[in-house]
Design a protein around this ligand. Structure first.
Ligand SMILES: C[S@@+](CC[C@H](N)C(=O)[O-])C[C@H]1O[C@@H](n2cnc3c(N)ncnc32)[C@H](O)[C@@H]1O
Length: 283
């Protein structure tokens, strides 16, 4: 699939998920597991009840992440936060609370129905220091050095051009700014066909990075203090139903898959002494 085709599939899947939530159902990107909230090992139980008190129910129902970046990130009053692929807006609303009225939380998403849902959730939450913007994470519509923290929850794995996403995150961050992202990673070598099947289970569209690759790409984009910390490690049982329906011989691949896929929290920092070379953004 070409980059544009991947984007169209992603938009269509997440547009559908947003419309389901707006109609009073739960989100989910189409896999059997994620259609069942109690049993989705990736997106369920990511947030503590106290944390989401006051967050509109439809923002919680639309949560399709694989971690809880705002719980793990340091967010200070007055800071500006940008959420890449903000979906129904849960992490943007939680960030807005943390940075307070003197700070600001932006949510960036390319899917119209998700943006509409997020804006409706902002209205219900009654928060002013939030702005949802339409755009692609590969081409962030914000100026350089304008953001203190970039968060994201299970979105970078969907991009066909991760180098560009990381360069864009670096560009918009201020010096010393933090990258604090939940994402799915592959731990060590996994044969390509098996990797594709499991990634489809994980995120609708394949594309998770191997842990070491993630570190290298962050370093190549200019980041330092890079850390990748697994938060949920998946076993073959988590994906058995989906893989069986895909015609995969689960017993045969079990030894290769077990423990190789994980949700991780990925941190990095834009160096304090970074000197801009006048470089703006990729065209
Ligand atoms: C897995 S959902 C995660 C949503 C949200 N972060 C959460 O935790 O619920 C992925 C979201 O990212 C958006 N998205 C995916 N690829 C994108 C891209 N290249 N540019 C902008 N948004 C993108 C989709 O529209 C969707 O809303």
């Amino acid at each position: 699939m070409r980059d544009n085709e991947i984007k169209e599939v992603v938009k269509s899947k997440y547009g559908e998920a947003a419309r389901r939530v707006a109609a009073g159902e739960r989100g989910g990107c189409g896999t059997q597991a994620s259609a069942i909230p109690c049993c989705d090992p990736i997106s369920s139980n990511l947030y503590q009840a106290g944390e989401i008190a006051g967050v509109p129910a439809q923002a919680v129902a639309a949560s399709l992440g694989c971690g809880n970046p705002t719980a793990l990130a340091q967010l200070n009053a007055g800071e500006t936060v940008l959420d890449l692929g903000s979906g129904g807006g849960i992490d943007v609303l939680l960030s807005a609370k943390r940075v307070g009225p003197t700070g600001k939380a932006y949510g960036l998403d390319m899917t119209d129905d998700m943006l509409a849902l997020a804006q409706e959730n902002q209205r219900k939450a009654g928060v002013q220091n939030v702005e949802f913007i339409k755009g692609e994470i590969e081409n962030i519509p914000l100026p350089e050095n304008s953001v203190d923290v970039v968060i994201s929850n299970c979105v970078i794995n969907l991009s066909a051009d991760k180098d560009r996403v990381l360069r864009e995150a670096f560009r918009v961050l201020r010096r010393g700014g933090r990258f604090a992202v939940s994402d799915v990673v592959v731990r060590g070598p996994v044969p390509a066909d098996i990797r594709r099947s499991v990634e489809l289970w994980v995120g609708c569209v394949a594309g998770a990075l191997e842990e070491g690759e993630y570190r290298s790409k962050l370093a190549a984009a200019g980041f330092e203090e890079i850390e990748v910390e697994p938060t949920r490690v998946y076993g073959v049982e988590d994906a058995r139903q989906f893989l069986t329906a895909q015609g995969v011989d689960v017993e045969a691949i079990a030894p290769v898959v077990e423990g190789k896929f994980a949700s991780a929290f990925i941190r990095a920092r834009k160096p304090w002494n970074h000197r801009s070379l006048g470089y703006a953004r990729d065209k």
